[in-house]
Design a protein around this ligand. Structure first.
Ligand code: B4P
Length: 190
């Protein structure tokens, strides 16, 4: 079983690489950002609450995203593995993910952390804001808040996985396919 945490700042290419990895390794893609955006689209109370925070570039409360992941794990007991994209983003989320997987006698196999400098991140997100209409990608102040949240609350998770010998850092700059090849090499050598 292969359970991957795909990690990196907003705009590092997590969603882009996750799409390729799920096909190659037949995994289930769990993106908390995508799940939250679908809640917003459906106008659920969870979505309305999350939208206020996402529009300010802030993280949604831990219990909300942990509940969403738990329900997806419960619905897919026979999966060959999962790719966690944009989750966990805090220490509490990382610990709860370990607990949830332990209960099913599973564990995280590897953390793949994409590294991209801030200037490139801002450029990519503003570009996506034009094409996708995502409101959190259209304003440099919101993007700066997201990068700040990442630096303060999320980056420490690298130490959490490094202490378990699961951290692999990869440059997320260059062509999408070249980056995918590097990720595949790491996974194939596990
Ligand atoms: P996410 O949906 O996770 O947003 P993201 O990090 O910006 O997206 P992603 O990383 O998937 O985009 P990608 O780099 O692939 O989260 C949005 C919000 O939801 C958060 O701010 C937060 O409020 C909330 N949230 C989500 N999960 C949460 C959690 N666990 N806890 C609390 N709150 C949570 O793509 C970016 C752009 O770069 C694309 O346009 C792509 O085409 C381009 N790109 C990708 N690879 C490239 C490359 N190699 N070269 C050039 N461009 C590239």
């Amino acid at each position: 079983m292969l359970n991957i945490v795909l990690f990196g700042p907003p705009g590092a290419g997590k969603g882009t690489q996750a799409d390729l990895l799920v096909k190659k390794y037949n995994l289930i893609h769990l993106s908390t950002g995508d799940i939250l955006r679908s809640e917003i689209k459906e106008g659920t109370s969870l979505g309305l609450e999350a939208k206020k925070l996402m529009d300010d570039g802030l993280l949604v409360p831990d219990d909300v995203v942990i509940g969403m992941i738990k329900s997806k794990l419960d619905k897919n007991p026979k999966s060959q593995g999962f790719i966690f994209d944009g989750f966990p983003r805090t220490q509490k989320q990382a610990k709860e993910l370990d607990n949830l997987l332990n209960h099913q006698s599973k564990s995280i196999s590897i953390m793949l952390a994409l590294v991209v400098d801030d200037k490139e991140l801002i450029k990519r997100l503003l570009n996506r804001g034009i094409s996708s209409g995502r409101s959190d990608d259209q304003d440099e102040k919101i993007i700066a808040n997201r990068i700040n949240e990442y630096n303060i609350k999320t980056t420490p998770l690298k130490d959490y996985y490094a202490s378990q010998n699961k951290l692999h850092e990869i440059s997320g700059t260059g062509s999408v396919l070249d980056i995918a090849k590097k990720l595949n090499n790491i996974i194939d050598n596990l």
